[in-house]
Design a protein. Structure first.
Length: 70
């Protein structure tokens, strides 16, 4: 699945409000651009994405079924 397909999937499931899906999209876009980025640029962007993921913390505790339910 490329970033365009992933974005369409996120949109189709109304996932724009699900930050972990947006992190996945950012990672996919970074992966697709990795061949045109310097090592430093790649590392900087990856660190930024990682920090955003870590900032999510455990906000979902207690509402797992609501958030991740099928």
């Amino acid at each position: 699945m490329d970033s365009k397909e992933l974005a369409q999937y996120i949109e189709a499931i109304d996932g724009i409000s699900k930050p972990w899906l947006l992190v996945q999209l950012r990672l996919k876009k970074l992966q697709e651009r990795s061949h045109i980025l310097s090592s430093e640029e790649y590392a900087t962007e990856l660190a930024d994405i990682t920090q955003d993921l870590m900032n999510l913390g455990e906000w979902w505790l207690g509402i797992e079924e609501e958030v991740f339910g099928r």
